[in-house]
Design a protein around this ligand. Structure first.
Ligand code: ZN
Length: 115
């Protein structure tokens, strides 16, 4: 991919993320509900694809991320960022509950450990 295409790709992806941020923060209730119905699934799918591409190989190294001389040891930057945004930013486990788990009176962690 040449530099112009690469720059255009970055530009449209960041513009889409900006649009979703604005919709999440400033959108009316129906827009935010539509956002939850469509974009969250799309974003979780994107995270899964990204994390799958960065799964450690049999030697525990990321096949996508390379250091100076070799592939990086797991967890690579992608997995570290995923953990920071999806797990650590959500707070301690006792405060994390999904709508389903909260309705059942259990935390998400307890629900995941029970399955
Ligand atoms: Zn990686």
């Amino acid at each position: 991919m040449d530099e112009v295409l690469s720059s255009a790709l970055r530009s449209v992806v960041f513009a889409r993320l900006d649009y979703l941020d604005r919709l999440a923060h400033d959108g009316d209730e129906p827009s935010r509900a539509a956002l939850a119905d469509t974009e969250i699934t799309r974003l979780t799918g994107a995270w899964r694809s990204l994390l799958t591409a960065h799964q450690p190989d049999e030697r525990g190294r990321c096949p996508q991320c390379s250091g100076r001389r070799r592939h990086r040891r797991h967890p690579c930057t992608v997995w570290t960022i995923a953990h920071q945004h999806l797990i650590a930013a959500a707070g301690p486990p006792e405060h994390r509950t999904s709508r389903h788990a909260a309705g059942a009176g259990r935390s998400t962690v307890a629900t995941l450990e029970a399955s």
